[in-house]
Design a protein around this ligand. Sequence first.
Ligand SMILES: [Zn+2]
Length: 175
Amino acid sequence: MARHYPMSFCPVCGARLESRLANSKERPACPACHFVHYCDPKVASVALVEHDGRVLLVRRVWNPGSGRWTLPGGFVDCGEDPRLAAARECLEETGLEVEITGLVDLYYGQEHAEGADILIVYAGRALTQALSPADDADAARFFGPDELPELAFASTHQILAQWLAGRSAPPPTRS
Ligand SMILES: [Zn+2]
């Protein structure tokens, strides 16, 4: 995984790291201050926002996938609730405020060197209407099942295939 850079020096005290057995695995560890570097997975979360039978997508500015479409989302910050991360990224990329309403699915596996190891897909409900793409997106709009654009990632295809399959079920009734 290219994004997980090897570490040579202790980020706490600056001493040269050594390899040491910690938690049943050889890991970079500091002989001076007992810091151990654990290579943790990167986590991203996305919002699957549906409105009037159409799904919200954003067009990516950056590579990989520049010019292609995906769900609004991004990396979860350390200490951040992944649900709030999905809502935050959606607001940043589309201008829409959303309420996260449930968990759709979770994907494991990095698609590219800059990608997440774990992707959490939440369902979201739009609380506002005006779309104003920004940040990592230069366009944002809702697409119906028959008008989906060119998608950026295999995970985007999988999530939307799941969304399309779920749409064949009758809509839930509310009393
Ligand atoms: Zn140290």
